[in-house]
Design a protein around this ligand. Structure first.
Ligand code: NCD
Ligand code: ZN
Length: 435
């Protein structure tokens, strides 16, 4: 049965239309069919009262680790796992996201048509939100031979290439990836970290030496952008963390030789290297937390509009692995609240700017055709109660992991409903069904 939904009395904020007005939205057959003031409920329609809330295009998190590789399938539904597509996408919906793009660094990595298909089966049976896939640049993420980019680029789920935290060392190989990505119109999503296992072994092939303090980020970014420019490939830089990296990206944007975009995480904006987790968990993450000066430079870049996207880099880890130093923080359930409380409420960025960086812009970067509430758009919608106060309590999280550095933070603003493709997935803060 088709669902008809009427969202009443919300403040509609749609960055794709520069719209900020109190309006009603009618959704039929999975699409937005009307946006106007005072739409009367007619016939069989479910009404959502959005009084006091903002209504935005469905939020998109373009950097998420769901850990599940299709092949492992059901075997992963055990207590020991860090995350599954089901748990991770439940966390996403709770956090206000209607779409996630997941990284390929699973075991085994997402590096072939077969792997994507296996994952697609899991996604269609267990995902609570729209889930797209980034595939690895090299087979097995071994940094040796390039994946079948031509074939992978036509898979409807595949939206980018990423070698995740394991950047390709060989320049020639990276150039081949760039050339083939450009030909097939697939964006590169580059991590630009020093974490590559092969870095030490092959560092002579790079123009710079590996550094234990992970300070090569701007060097990697500069190299990857140059190769992307030479091949006219579209490049998106993940989780920028250093002031120097911003300079490299700023210059590339000014040259405008190819499409260059970048993202930042809440933890790199809000935490610095003096941070200690109150629960005694190690604050290890890639890239690492940086200096207060880096935080300030990221905030400035955000204000200036130099940063295109805010993404969580949701990286679940079990407590025992975290104690042993596993890098990464979970973020799907805190990103929106942190952005509203720490960036919008103090006036650092406007609400419209925040929503744009979390919906319309990631949609255009990854060619998703969402991020809009215009008539005819796919009905992916997030309803946010910007006044709702809450305290971060990982005990109640949907994610199977607890490695969140913001435990105990008091936040204001939370998503109360999400609609994916015209189906209500969360209502009154409660998840009701898969997407
Ligand atoms: C990532 C993970 O856990 O998959 N961790 C992280 O700290 N961002 C991998 C990585 O980027 O190194
Ligand atoms: Zn990552």
């Amino acid at each position: 049965m088709t669902e008809r939904i009427l969202i009443k009395n919300g403040r509609v904020m749609d960055p794709s239309a520069n719209l900020d007005e109190r309006l009603d939205i009618l959704i039929e057959d999975g699409r937005v069919t009307e946006v106007s003031s005072d739409i009367k409920p007619q016939g069989d329609v479910e009404t959502l009262d959005a009084t006091g809330c903002i209504v935005t295009p469905g939020l998109i998190d373009c950097h998420v680790h769901l850990r599940e590789s299709g092949r492992k399938g059901e075997a992963m539904e055990t207590e020991k796992v860090k995350e599954t597509i089901r748990s991770g996408t439940r966390a996403a919906a709770k956090g206000g996201f209607t779409t996630v793009l997941c990284e390929p660094n699973t075991t085994p990595p997402i590096d072939s048509w077969e792997r994507v298909n296996e994952l697609q089966e899991r996604i269609s049976s267990t995902s609570f939100v729209r889930t797209y896939v980034k595939v690895s640049m090299t087979v097995g993420m071994q940094g040796e031979s390039v994946t079948d980019i031509e074939k992978l680029s036509v898979h409807p789920l595949v939206k980018a290439l990423s070698e995740d935290g394991n950047p390709i060392v060989e320049e020639k190989l990276m150039y081949e990836v760039c050339r083939r990505a450009a030909k097939n119109n697939l964006p590169l999503s580059c991590h630009s970290e020093d974490s590559s296992f092969s870095l030490a072994k092959r560092s002579r092939k790079l123009g710079f030496r590996p550094r234990e303090d992970f300070h090569n980020e701007p060097n990697f970014i500069a190299r990857d952008i140059l190769l992307a420019e030479a091949s006219r490939a579209q490049i998106h830089i993940s989780h920028v963390s250093m002031r120097e990296s911003l300079e490299v990206i700023r210059r590339a944007k000014a040259r405008n030789r190819t499409r260059v975009t970048c993202e930042v995480t809440p933890h790199h904006l809000l935490l610095d290297d003096s941070f200690r987790d109150p629960r005694g968990l190690r604050a290890t993450v890639n890239p690492p937390l940086r200096s207060k000066e880096d935080n300030a430079a990221l905030i400035e870049a955000l204000k200036e509009g130099m940063i295109d996207v805010i993404a969580s880099d949701h990286a679940p880890h079990r407590e025992e692995d975290k104690r042993a130093g596993a890098p990464g923080f979970i973020g799907l359930e805190t990103t929106l609240g942190l952005v509203l409380t720490k960036l919008v409420q103090p006036g650092i960025i406007s609400l419209m700017h925040a929503i744009r960086m979390m919906s319309t812009t990631p949609s255009t970067i990854f060619h998703l055709k969402d991020g809009s509430l215009k008539k005819g758009a796919r009905a992916d919608v997030t309803i946010i109660d910007t006044g709702r106060e809450w305290t971060v309590d990982t005990g109640g999280f949907e994610s199977l992991s607890r490695n969140c550095p913001f435990e105990g933070w008091k936040l204001r603003g939370r998503s109360v409903a999400v609609i994916v493709g015209g189906r209500i997935i969360m209502r009154d803060g409660e998840l009701i069904r898969c997407a």
